[in-house]
Design a protein around this ligand. Structure first.
Ligand SMILES: Cc1cc2nc3c(=O)[nH]c(=O)nc-3n(C[C@H](O)[C@H](O)[C@H](O)COP(=O)(O)OP(=O)(O)OC[C@H]3O[C@@H](n4cnc5c(N)ncnc54)[C@H](O)[C@@H]3O)c2cc1C
Length: 488
């Protein structure tokens, strides 16, 4: 159906099409993992569809640190395979999709008592594992370090600079889905899978509720993939109520500031005073600075990543004090929080593997979980290679093919995102489609509501209902304790 019909107005015909045929593959979950499987499957020639219960990328895939990185900290733990794989994927994304993934310089302040030599050796290894595709790391003097960030100067001996990359996670996810839709797949959001239906012991069909209308559907497919991130256990239990849990959820909170309030010239890497964990002050070229992140186990419902854990937030504030100047004036603009779906192992969540896990149940449900945004393309390739044991489809081609809008950014107007990116609500527009509107308080004041109504095909009553719903959402998930969103 293509991007021409990738919009709210076409949903009835999209649902009809989805319910009227048997699909080669149905992917549940529109985060980066499901998006990457969807696109890869379409490119292999499969008749593929994807269903997302809320909005595309509304889960962990819009709550990450937004880094496309090799995972420098895994050099320390000796997990060189993970580093090699992630560096390879980072370099691939940089090369294929330069409009979406861009290089970023990172700076580590070094204090007396830390061996500069061993840090440099670690960075050399990092560059070696990426085949020296990135710029070489460099030593910086104490004066240069203090010019980059007003870090504690006592016992500061200098710093080290190295290169990784950044992206906007929800944009990368959306562009991956759009590429699959452009090539002939069908993806639909606000469509929640509520149960799975079996026939002779095999899963053959998923029951779906359209959250915008309440209508219910059944989609038939030969292969059903569970790529629901933090919710994988919920979907596994639809298949087998006795299934043992395979994930632990680790909560990660980020604070967003306006860059002009934080005296920082490059992205800073430092250790948290609270738990010794590696933290980042990410200096984004879009005028924002992100402070993150926490990493602690949570028992919250997988679809409710509310930024609790005030102790951890307090620790983030303390870390913020590392930068002396301007701190008191720096006002948090926004908070966001997400759950890492980590494959269940013993030990602390901080040490848990970031590798992926793929399993196929007796009734044929294929589940994938874990991994990182950076390696999602490769995870999709592994999953589809694994289930195509009879070599029925074309081989994977994603390693060589840029995304449709990977080299040149897609248009970014209200009209475009409503008509070609399936934006169905105010929240979809503000949080995951229009970057200039993201991470801002009082945004409802400035929205062009007539244009939104016209582009989405909704009336003023529905607009007002959505506005109220978004206010509640904002208050629960994105409002720092320090201020209250003004009435719009
Ligand atoms: C704090 C934090 C920081 C991170 N930083 C980085 C980083 O800098 N770099 C990096 O590479 N990785 C990072 N990650 C990891 C990365 O964000 C995740 O690995 C990735 O986003 C997981 O994507 P996913 O598609 O598996 O899950 P999700 O993005 O959560 O997608 C799952 C989707 O399934 C949907 N769903 C659930 N149940 C149903 C159902 N019944 N029916 C239909 N749909 C359903 C959900 O709504 C959701 O959209 C970070 C993670 C966290 C939490």
């Amino acid at each position: 159906m293509g991007l021409e019909n990738f919009n709210r107005k076409s949903r009835v015909s999209l649902f009809d099409k989805l319910a009227s045929q048997e699909w080669d593959i149905l992917i549940i979950g529109g985060g980066i993992t499901g998006a990457s499987i969807f696109r890869d499957a379409v490119m292999r020639g499969m008749n593929a569809c994807l269903v997302e219960g809320r909005d595309f990328a509304s889960g962990t895939s819009s709550a990450s640190s937004q880094l496309v990185h090799g995972g420098l900290r895994y050099i320390k733990t000796g997990d060189l395979k993970t580093v090699w794989e992630s560096c390879h994927e980072r370099d691939l994304l940089l090369r294929l999709n330069p409009a979406l993934v861009k290089p970023m310089k990172f700076v580590i302040p070094v204090y007396d008592g830390t061996s500069m030599l061993s840090l440099r050796f670690g960075l050399f290894l990092y560059e070696l594992l990426s085949g020296f595709h990135t710029k070489k790391h460099a030593r910086i003097s104490k004066e240069e370090m203090l010019d980059i960030a007003k870090v504690r100067s006592h016992k500061l001996v200098g710093g080290l600079a190295y290169w990784d990359a950044w992206c906007t996670d929800s944009r990368l996810t959306l562009e991956t889905i759009k590429d699959g839709v452009h090539r002939g797949g069908i993806a639909i959001n606000h469509a929640m899978v509520t149960s799975l239906v079996k026939n002779d012991g095999r899963i053959t069909c998923a029951k779906i509720t359209d959250h915008l209308t309440g209508h219910k559907y059944k989609f038939k497919a030969n292969i059903i993939v569970n790529a629901t991130g933090p919710s994988v256990d919920v979907v596994r239990k639809m298949d087998d109520p006795k299934a043992k849990s395979i994930v632990r959820l680790s909560s990660g909170v980020h604070l967003v500031f306006n860059a002009d309030e934080i005296p920082l010239k490059e992205t800073l890497v430092f250790k948290s005073h609270y738990d010794g964990r590696q933290m980042f002050f990410i200096k984004r070229p879009d005028g924002k600075v992100i402070l993150g992140t926490t990493d602690y186990e949570t028992k919250r419902a997988p679809l409710d990543p509310c930024p609790d854990g005030t102790a951890m937030l307090g620790s983030a504030y303390n870390d913020l004090l590392l930068i002396h100047t301007g701190i008191k004036q720096a006002e948090q603009q926004y908070v966001y929080s997400g759950f890492r779906p980590l494959v269940r192992t013993n030990g602390s969540v901080g040490d848990a593997s970031r590798g992926e896990h793929i399993e196929i149940s007796d009734s044929g449900l294929v589940t994938i979980v874990g991994g990182k945004l950076t390696i999602a393309r490769r995870m999709a390739q592994k999953l589809l290679d694994k289930i195509d044991y009879a070599n029925r489809w074309k081989p994977c081609a994603t390693e060589k093919t840029p995304l449709l809008f990977g080299r040149k950014a897609a248009p970014n107007s209200i009209e475009y995102v409503c008509q070609h990116e399936m934006a169905c609500t105010i929240e979809d527009i503000v949080e995951r489609r229009m970057e200039p509107l993201r991470w801002r308080k009082n945004i409802l004041h400035t929205l062009p509501h007539k244009r939104i109504c016209k582009s989405m095909g909704i009336g003023h009553k529905e607009y007002d209902r959505q506005k109220e719903s978004y206010k509640k959402h904002f208050k629960r998930y994105h409002q720092p304790d320090s201020w209250h969103m003004d009435e719009a």
